[in-house]
Design a protein around this ligand. Structure first.
Ligand code: RIB
Ligand code: CA
Length: 317
């Protein structure tokens, strides 16, 4: 099977980490770089988490530190969801190699320049790095095959009534990405809040019986508690949707829509505003993912975890 080159960009983050579990296990994907961004936690913490996740999973691609703050917005973090470290829960390994010395955007640009074919970017945090790449190196746009994001929501928000966290964190960056004219897939809350993993699923995850499965279950044991307090029936594990829509589109339902980013609204800044009925004369610019087969989602997680059989790395108890 011909592998598709990808760059992973995120703010791990429990669900970013699980997205990367899927990406590393999938034979369709060839991970060329991992870049952190400030979001769920500070850049120092999300970079350390990215580094440790790559060590745990055996992702050998370079890991680089990305943007420490949004382009213009004031940064916010989501310690209530992800804890003080950004990845609270089970012990994790120390990084097994140094960070790539390049700034995150420079590593992304290097990968695009050196790739013989266009590269997909899978972004599961604020879009600061992706937007900076597009504005700094516009000539490299032709080397980007598609941008697949977790972000937004065409019916509601989760950080503000109308805005989802990743978009709200850096709306100016999102505006740049949504106006870049590149193939764009948006996994917003419309689908990701249906990507629920509940305590009833935990025993099946544990039954895979390897270290990675135990750590993923440990992440979920931490990650599901806050949403349960909010009334969710489990953990909305958002970010893997941005990977799986590319590798297993058959478990999703999508719609082509015109979507734009609100930057000015007093109550709506950071909203992804979608033209559901084609009222505007703007042609669709985004593949919006609207639904998921949750049972198949869990099946794919169990299948991905089995990839890590036999892998055991020392962790910091
Ligand atoms: O709103 C959910 C998104 O915000 C996810 O990507 C989560 O990791 C946080 O970054
Ligand atoms: Ca994320």
């Amino acid at each position: 099977m011909k592998k598709r080159p990808v760059i992973l960009d995120g703010d791990p983050g429990h669900d970013d980490a699980i997205a990367w579990v899927f990406a590393q296990a999938d034979p369709q994907l060839d991970i060329k770089a991992v870049v952190s961004v400030a979001g769920n936690q500070t850049i120092v913490k999300t970079t350390r988490n990215a580094h440790r996740i790559c060590t745990l999973l055996g992702i050998e691609a370079p890991v680089a530190r990305g943007a420490s703050r949004p382009i213009t917005a004031d940064p916010v973090t989501a310690g209530n969801w992800h804890g003080e470290s950004g990845l609270d829960g089970p012990p994790m390994p120390e990084p097994d190699r140094p960070l790539c010395p390049l700034p995150g955007v420079e590593l992304m640009a290097k990968v695009l320049r050196e790739s013989p074919e266009p590269v997909m970017i899978i972004a599961t945090g604020p879009l600061t790095n992706v937007a900076t790449l597009l504005t700094t190196y516009p000539s490299l746009k032709s080397k980007i095959a598609r941008i697949s994001i977790m972000g937004g929501g065409v019916t509601h928000g989760n950080w503000k009534p109308a805005a989802e966290f990743n978009i709200f964190e850096d709306p100016e960056a999102a505006w740049i990405v949504f106006h870049a004219g590149l193939p764009l897939t948006m996994c917003g809350l419309d689908v990701t809040e249906k990507a629920l993993i509940t305590p009833d699923d935990f025993p099946r995850i544990l039954s895979v019986g390897n270290q990675t499965a135990r750590i993923v279950e440990g992440w979920l044991q931490f990650f599901y508690r806050f949403p349960m307090q909010l009334g969710y029936s489990g953990a909305p594990v958002h970010d893997p949707c941005a990977v799986l829509i590319q590798t297993h589109p058959e478990i999703f339902r999508t719609r082509e829509m015109y979507v734009d980013i609100e930057l000015e609204g007093e109550y709506t800044r950071g909203a992804t505003v979608a033209d559901f009925r084609g009222y505007s004369d703007m042609k669709p610019n985004v593949t919006v993912v609207m639904d998921i087969d949750r049972e198949k989602y869990i099946d794919l997680l169990v299948e991905a975890l089995a990839f890590y059989d036999g892998r055991e790395v020392p962790v910091n108890e």
